[in-house]
Each structure stands twice: as structure tokens, then as C-alpha cells.
Design a protein around this ligand. Structure first.
Ligand code: AMP
Ligand code: GLY
Length: 443
């Protein structure tokens, strides 16, 4: 196991932080950390994102996700105390293993803990061994055996690439022929690359979905307020799965009783199971849940903040974020203090034409300053860069996250809509039903 989270009862007054990752989630983290009384200097590996660049200085070395050596030297030079890792792919590539030292904390697990997300097959086996409620599923290493299994079943199934696929490697199928086609796309056409070395075929579950994110230092758990992500591209949950087209918080679909149940039957058992595997986990434990008639079941685990869940949660968190993340990464989570803004937040993702299959980029964006001036609205840059004329252009699939706070969910939705209407780029895609039809809060 790597040098790890020795419980530190004292820490420096001001912490130098390196933020890794370049999307809307990281812009939201940078903005929130920049307001932390505990922050010394903030650096970022991805200042090509103008939103992040507004808060963080660049590292003086290129970002190379295959080789952490230069970043390690940078951390020494810049006296970095805490590395906050946004994307799962960096955790799966061993950034935690490479950069964590006795005096330098990393918020996020090592490769062994990241497997909970980077191998759905491993996670399935772990869940089964720990009796964690999840969809019945089988893991296959060949298309032939997967197809044989599909043909033996009459109920609809879900076909999943086991590895990391940016939220797109899950194909929900109505018919056996669709499932066989899904296996072909994943294992033969390699649509998701190496992520398709193994597939999981699962029973298709029905129910409302919610995301439950918890901070953990491996021992203590702090469950963040509820939120819900909308994963399908189009209104009414139609179209293909995406990384997430919007989110809102709180998400009353998960009652207090269910929350306690998930803590008891999912979060605590998974941490116990990780410990049995000698995995020392810290960071975010994210359970993607579906609320079935038989109770909440786990669809997936992630090992980092959700994107766009993070963007919708952070504006509601009243805390010194740098202190909270450092406490989580150093075994002091029980000392962290977090309060919640009672207001509702809604995050609408503005995506490029062609997203998620083949996003078209390089399009001029207008209206960002106007949108950001709507009261209670944050505009987070996801796939945005500066154009040659100094203006903003699209640079990714998910381009912007418009996050609005309101006293009611309806008010937050209306403000997000008002701000979205001010922004234009050619081919923009968005959903208009983020947070619509959410159940009323219980009690
Ligand atoms: P995942 O990345 O595993 O969370 O899957 C992405 C999305 O696919 C989920 O948010 C669900 O909408 C859908 N999904 C995944 N697994 C299942 C399942 N067993 N039954 C129904 N829908 C599923
Ligand atoms: N929004 C889903 C995810 O971050 O995986």
C-alpha cells in the first residue's frame, strides 16, 4: 500500500493545492477552493480552460497522464500540500500512487481503489461478495459466451463495457437482438476501446435514479446532500446515455429512510469490502442508485465527484473546501465541518452539436458574461477555450454548465433557463426538463 493518510492532528495554516482535470467539475472546484480561507496557492494542470485559469496558476510542466514524474517534481518545487484529482482516468492511471507522500496528500484513491470504477467487472464481484444490493449480472470475456447468455434470457438486459468509457459504455436494450448488437459494438467494433475487453450483462432494473456521493477517509463517511443527474441526451430521458446533461440538488426521491438504508447496506459494506482487499480508500465514494420496488440498488460506483453533480452540489456547500478535502485525504474527516445552503440548485449542461457520438468543436460562444450576471447563477466552463480573437470557443462535448440557486426548485429552474437563453453557439444541445417532475420533498 502507498504511504498513506497518517492521521495528522495539525496542518499548515495555508495549503498549496494542485488541481488536476480540466472540465466543468474542476472549474467549480477551483472557484470554491479559491474562496477557502485555508488556500495558499492554487495551481492547475489545465489552465487552457478559461474558467479554471481565472482562479489557478499553471504548472510549469506539460500534463502527461502516462508519466507522473514531471508533475511530481513540480509538486516538490511548488511545495504542494494537497492534490485534488477530478477525473477518474487519472486515478485509474495511478496519480495517487505516484504523487502521495507522507507530507503531500492526494484527494482520491490509488489504482487499487479506483478499480471500483475502472473495472465494473471487479466492482460487481466485490458487491456480490459483500451482499450489496445491485442488479443481477454476469461478466463475460468473449462475445460468443456473452451472446449465448443473452439468447438464453427472455427479459431485457443492459450491456456494459467493463472499463472506463466516460459514462457512454452502457447500452440499455429492449430486445435480445439489440443486446447482441451492443456486444458487437463493445467487443468487436471496440467502440469504447480497451474498456470493452470484458462486458457485463445485467438485468434491466426500473425506478428513479439518484446519485449519492460521500466523502470518506477510509474510516469515516460523510454523506453529501442528495442530487440527481440526467444521463440521457434528450428531454423525457430519451436518446443515448451521456456523461450527464444536467443535475439538481437536493433530490427528494431518496427519502431519509432510504438514505439510512443505503448508508447501512451499501456505503459501509463497500468500505469494509475494500479494507478486506487491503485497499486504503480516500476521496469521494459515489454510488449511482436506482430506487426499485425492492429498494435502492447500486448501478455503479464512481471514485470521484460526479460531473455535473459536483457543479450542482458545491454552490450549496458552506465550508472551507480546501480544509474539507485535505481532512478527507489525511484521515481527519471527522474534524471537517460542512453546512448546507437550504436553497435548491439546478445545473443545465450546454453541449456541442454531435455530442455524445462526435461532438463538433471550434464554434464561437457568446453571452457568457450576461448569463453569469443573473443573480444566483454560476457559469462553469467545461469544454471551452479562448479563440484567436480572445473570445470563447467550444472545445469539447459538454461545453458549459449553468448552475442556478433558488428558494424553490422551480425558481432555480427558471433562473437557469433565463441564463441559458443568453448563451449562443451554433448547434447547441440542451435539455429543458432538468429537475422537472421531481417528487415533492417528503413531510
Ligand atoms: P452506469 O454507468 O452503470 O451507471 O450506467 C449508466 C446509466 O445506464 C445509468 O444511469 C442508468 O440509466 C442505465 N443503467 C445502467 N445499469 C442499468 C440497469 N441494470 N438497469 C437499468 N438501467 C441501467
Ligand atoms: N454524471 C455521472 C458521472 O459523473 O459519472
Amino acid at each position: 500500500m502507498a504511504q498513506r493518510k497518517k492521521k495528522q492532528s495539525r496542518r499548515k495554516e495555508k495549503l498549496n493545492v494542485l488541481l488536476v482535470g480540466g472540465g466543468g467539475r474542476e472549474h467549480a472546484l477551483a472557484q470554491k477552493m479559491s474562496k477557502s480561507p485555508s488556500l495558499g496557492k492554487l495551481y492547475s494542470t489545465h489552465v487552457g480552460n478559461p474558467g479554471i485559469a481565472a482562479h489557478a496558476k499553471p504548472t510549469d510542466c506539460p500534463y502527461d497522464p502516462k508519466n507522473w514524474y514531471r508533475l511530481e517534481r513540480f509538486c516538490e518545487r511548488a511545495e504542494i500540500d494537497l492534490i485534488v484529482v477530478g477525473p477518474e482516468v487519472d486515478l485509474a492511471n495511478g496519480i495517487g500512487d505516484a504523487l502521495r507522500t507522507k507530507d503531500r496528500a492526494v484527494f482520491g484513491p490509488d489504482i487499487d481503489g479506483a478499480r471500483l470504477e475502472s473495472s465494473k467487472a471487479w466492482a460487481k464481484v466485490l458487491m456480490r461478495a459483500a451482499s450489496i444490493p445491485t442488479a443481477e449480472g454476469r461478466v463475460f470475456k468473449t462475445a460468443e459466451s456473452a451472446n449465448e447468455y443473452i439468447e438464453s434470457r427472455t427479459e431485457p438486459v443492459v450491456v456494459k463495457a467493463s472499463g472506463l468509457a466516460a459514462g457512454k459504455g452502457v447500452l440499455v436494450c429492449d430486445k435480445g437482438s439489440e443486446a447482441i448488437d451492443a456486444v458487437r459494438r463493445i467487443m468487436h467494433d471496440r467502440e469504447f476501446g480497451d474498456a470493452g475487453d470484458e462486458v457485463i450483462i445485467e438485468e434491466r432494473l426500473h425506478g428513479e435514479e439518484v446519485s449519492l456521493l460521500a466523502l470518506t477517509d477510509g474510516g469515516s463517511i460523510y454523506v453529501l446532500d442528495t442530487c440527481k443527474d440526467h444521463k440521457r441526451l434528450l428531454d423525457g430521458d430519451a436518446g443515448p446515455n451521456t456523461g450527464g446533461m444536467g443535475a439538481y440538488s437536493p433530490a427528494p426521491a431518496l427519502t431519509d429512510k432510504q438514505l439510512a438504508e443505503v448508508q447501512r447496506h451499501v456505503l459501509i459494506p463497500v468500505l469494509d469490502a475494500l479494507r478486506r482487499e487491503e485497499v486504503d480508500f480516500c476521496g469521494v465514494l459515489y454510488a449511482g442508485l436506482i430506487l426499485t420496488h425492492g429498494g435502492p440498488k447500486v448501478l455503479e460506483f464512481n471514485v470521484r465527484f460526479g460531473d455535473p453533480e459536483c457543479q450542482t452540489l458545491l454552490p450549496r456547500m458552506k465550508c472551507d473546501l480546501v480544509d474539507v478535502l485535505h481532512a478527507t485525504a489525511t484521515g481527519r474527516l471527522d474534524e471537517a465541518s460542512i453546512d448546507w445552503d437550504k436553497r435548491h440548485s439546478v445545473c443545465v449542461v450546454l453541449a456541442s452539436e454531435g455530442y455524445p457520438a462526435k461532438p463538433i468543436t471550434g464554434r464561437k460562444i457568446t453571452g457568457l458574461a450576461e448569463a453569469a450576471s443573473v443573480s444566483g447563477v454560476n457559469v462553469f466552463h467545461a469544454g471551452v477555450k479562448r479563440g484567436e480573437d480572445g473570445g470563447y470557443v467550444t472545445a469539447g462535448g459538454r461545453v458549459l454548465n449553468i448552475v442556478a440557486l433558488g428558494d424553490t426548485l422551480e425558481e432555480a429552474r427558471a433562473k437557469a433557463d433565463e441564463a441559458c437563453a443568453m448563451i449562443e453557439f451554433e448547434g447547441m444541445q440542451r435539455r429543458h426538463d432538468i429537475g422537472a417532475g421531481a417528487p415533492a420533498p417528503a413531510g
